[in-house]
Design a protein around this ligand. Structure first.
Ligand code: FES
Ligand code: FE2
Length: 358
């Protein structure tokens, strides 16, 4: 089964249901899609001080790659494999502050940059230590106070997010602060890409989101495509909250309600006048997805949390995604067509999947 998507949206069909239902495609996507692009690895604050280490599993129950972020005494940050090069134990089990990384199994030690330091009882082992006795270093990028890494990137992080940086260079991203009580996780009974499909069009807003529809000027909703990310521009109706946009921005003079940026394959940066709602879409099984909503607020930007519709909108989205998950099992539905005006970003996503899946 080929997943080729016609580049002409007028001629194109959507991804076939096999992509969402087959175990083989699900497994294949780990290497062909997720390993090759960038993932949110945590907040830069997690290792804000010299010697701090923060272990995590990159995409638990999916990529399942144990990593650890470290900061050395000179303030340099690293992202390393967290698996001991001796017999494979996890080295750093919990966050803390250390001078070096030492394995609790047989005492192998590594420097904060992952290079091999010492190992007891290996005096006569030949050709030891070799480069493979050091920890594998992964790339680590910091942006908006967030950390990103990738197992085997086909594109640099800078190139990936440049369109966002260029359009929104005037926003004070360096002042974003994480708001734990406004952040939460959702479990969705559906394939991760169905969740993304739904996110990638505002077509459903008038049908599914009554509250959001009252805030957005639907006829001014826009879609902008970039190589590996895209933007949905939500314009506010009169009287709704919107950005105060400086003169040198292409959006000056417009009442922008939100910039909805999606970054291939599974990250969403929803930027509002009050800050950022980061959505990370984590596949757990081919019909189960963890959606992490993390909220970050700009400094000195007042926000009326009670008027925040994000929660309601999310539950409305989950309901339609779960309904589609039921629908795609049908014998009578195989694939659909696109609205050339309203589903440009879904078409973009399907093309990228088709290209990566070969
Ligand atoms: S597994 Fe780490 S020292 Fe043996
Ligand atoms: Fe929605």
């Amino acid at each position: 089964m080929k997943l080729t998507i016609d580049t002409d949206i007028n001629k194109s069909y959507t991804l076939p249901t096999d992509f969402y239902t087959s175990t083989e495609f699900y497994e294949q996507s780990k290497e062909t899609i997720f390993s090759k692009f960038w993932q949110y690895a945590g907040d830069a604050d997690d290792i804000g001080h010299s010697g701090q280490v923060m272990p995590t599993t990159l995409m638990k129950h999916f990529l399942d790659e144990p990593i650890v972020r470290t900061r050395d005494k000179d303030g340099k940050q690293y992202c390393l494999s967290n698996v001991c090069t001796h017999r494979g134990k996890i080295i750093v089990e919990s966050a803390g502050t250390h001078q070096m990384l030492s394995c609790g199994y047989h005492g192998r030690c590594f420097r904060m940059d992952g290079s091999f330091k010492s190992m007891p009882a290996f005096e006569t082992t030949e050709a030891f230590p070799s480069p493979s006795d050091s920890l594998h270093q992964l790339p680590l990028e910091e942006w908006m106070g967030l950390h990103f890494t990738s197992l085997n990137p086909v594109i640099s992080f800078q190139e990936l997010v440049r369109p966002i940086q260029e359009r929104l260079s005037w926003l004070p991203f360096d002042t974003l602060t994480y708001i734990d009580e406004k952040s939460r996780d959702y479990i969705v009974n559906g394939h991760w890409a169905l969740y993304c499909d739904n996110y990638l069009e505002g077509f459903h807003v008038p049908f599914v989101h009554e509250g959001l529809n009252n805030a957005l000027a639907f006829d001014e909703y826009e879609y902008h495509l970039h190589p590996y990310c895209n933007l949905q521009l939500g314009v506010a109706k009169d009287g709704e909250p919107c950005f105060d946009i400086p003169k040198d921005s292409p959006d000056h003079g417009r009442n922008i309600y939100a910039y909805y940026y999606w970054v291939f394959p599974n990250m969403m940066f929803n930027i509002y006048p009050w800050g950022l709602s980061l959505n990370v879409i984590d596949p757990k099984a081919k019909d189960l997805t963890l959606v992490r909503f993390r909220t970050y607020q700009f400094k000195d930007t007042p926000f009326d949390w009670t008027a925040n519709q994000i929660d309601i909108t999310e539950l409305e989205d989950e309901a339609v995604v779960e309904s589609v998950q039921d629908g795609i099992k049908s014998r009578f539905y195989h694939r659909g067509r696109f609205s050339p005006t309203m589903e440009k970003c879904v078409h973009h996503f399907h093309q990228l999947i088709g290209k990566q899946m070969g």
